[in-house]
Design a protein around this ligand. Structure first.
Ligand SMILES: [Ca+2]
Length: 168
């Protein structure tokens, strides 16, 4: 019985060490949105409660954000303040309303237009697909992040977005 007890204790030590290692991630999520309730559009401009649609990406709950546009300005935007300095990346699920359409999802430093200060991810196709930025965006102290959804140019287009994650 004693041996079993010691083995059991060793097992607990090994398991708890493993837990300690995995509970110290160097990345953390600063923004997540699956657009499941009316309050999820808080902070967004160009978006209303009617922008929520009852379609979702895999493991994305029941609804998503549906944005349409036909303008070269962003159809919808979100500004994030109180961002600590660091390197940020973005991921999300998206699909276009029609297969011929496309959109551009841009994560940028607010009030900045330099190409190096943004992550731009083109979205194509009308099936749900996972998108992730290849690079990270460097945010200096006191800078704000802005997420812009460009959809449609001269021609009208619409996009569905779900499970947006911005992480450091
Ligand atoms: Ca959702």
């Amino acid at each position: 019985m004693k041996k079993i007890g010691i083995i059991f204790l060793l097992l607990i030590v090994v398991l708890s060490n493993g837990c300690q290692n995995s509970s110290a991630p160097d990345e953390f999520v600063i923004y997540f949105n699956s657009f499941e309730s009316d309050s999820d559009i808080t902070g967004w401009s160009g978006v209303t409660k009617e922008s929520m649609e009852k379609t979702a990406c895999p493991n994305g709950g029941n609804s998503s954000l549906h944005i349409s546009g036909g303008c070269i300005q962003p159809a919808a935007s979100l500004e994030l303040s109180n961002i600590s300095e660091g390197n940020y990346k973005i991921s999300f699920w998206a699909k276009m309303g029609q297969s011929s359409q496309s959109a551009l999802i841009v994560l940028a430093i607010s009030e900045h237009s330099s190409e190096s200060d943004k992550l731009a991810i083109p979205v194509t196709g009308n099936n749900w697909k996972y998108y992730e930025s290849d690079n990270r965006l460097r945010v200096a102290p006191n800078q704000k992040l802005q997420l812009d959804i460009f959809v449609g140019g001269i021609i009208y287009a619409d996009i569905f977005l779900d499970n947006i994650v911005i992480e450091k």
